[in-house]
Ligand binder design. Structure first.
Ligand SMILES: [Zn+2]
Length: 253
């Protein structure tokens, strides 16, 4: 009988098979249909409240997670929270390991940024994300193509920015969402878990309002008719590799 390690290795070898370039999408900047709300820079504590809010409104969101940014993904608080998010049917994506600007990295550094957080998410919930949100939205064409061809991942930005990270007030962010009226137009919006106004003022107004107005709030994968994950397995038990020590540290901005 195959051990769990042998099965994991087998699955990894399947995932590493040559990526089919006919599936090349380039940089994705909108959904094909419906409405996907996305949150960057977590996982942080407000994620529990966001997950509850979306669930209460029969809706789904997508969280693009860092490995080591506001905190370390392997802290038990983060592990518990990410498992709750995944088990609630939200989509988990990559926002890279330590939030570096891809334009400033070598291919080897991109590999590290991609693989470290994918490995963490694989250990914590048992999936490897298919979607990557580049830090700062910085997505030079060479990096988009490299990530797609080397790692089989889709790089996704947004169609509208809530401007929460750009100094907008909560009223201004709500106003951006209130401006959407044609439910046949797709949207893919950028928000951050880490600005208090977003989970506690903007989203509690926007999510029920969009649903009332007839929008369907779905994951990025669903709004693009793609699978959310490269690989699906089982969550693992904590061991000595569950640490951010010795791995690239956040730059602190
Ligand atoms: Zn970010």
């Amino acid at each position: 009988m195959l051990s769990q390690i042998a099965i994991a290795a087998l699955l990894a070898s399947v995932a590493a098979s040559p990526y089919d370039k006919r599936q090349s999408l380039g940089l994705v900047e909108n959904c094909y249909h419906d409405f996907a709300i996305t949150f960057d820079d977590g996982s942080v504590g407000s994620e529990y409240d966001l997950v509850d809010l979306f669930n209460e409104n029969d809706s789904k969101a997508t969280m693009f997670l860092n490995g080591y940014n506001y905190n370390c993904i392997y802290e038990q608080d983060s592990v518990d929270r990410i498992r709750n998010t995944y088990n609630s049917g939200m989509q988990i994506g990559s926002h890279t390991w330590s939030h570096r600007n891809l334009a400033e990295l070598s291919e080897a550094e991109i590999d590290e940024q991609v693989e470290l957080v994918n490995e963490a998410i694989w250990k914590i919930v048992g999936v490897r994300p298919k979607f990557l949100r580049p830090p700062y939205g910085s997505a030079p064409e060479w990096a988009v193509n490299y990530i797609q061809e080397k790692h089989g991942m889709v790089v996704v930005n947004w169609s509208e920015d809530s401007l929460d990270s750009q100094g907008a007030s909560t009223d201004e962010s709500i106003g951006i969402y209130d401006g959407f009226t044609d439910t046949t137009e797709p949207h893919l919006t950028l928000n951050h878990e880490t600005y208090e106004g977003t989970p506690y003022t903007v989203m509690p107004s926007v999510v029920p309002s969009l649903v009332d107005r007839g929008y369907r709030l779905i994951t990025v994968a669903d709004c693009l008719d793609l699978e959310p994950y490269l690989e699906v397995g089982e969550p693992q038990e904590r061991d000595e590799t569950w640490t951010c020590d010795g791995k690239p540290a956040p730059l602190g901005y």
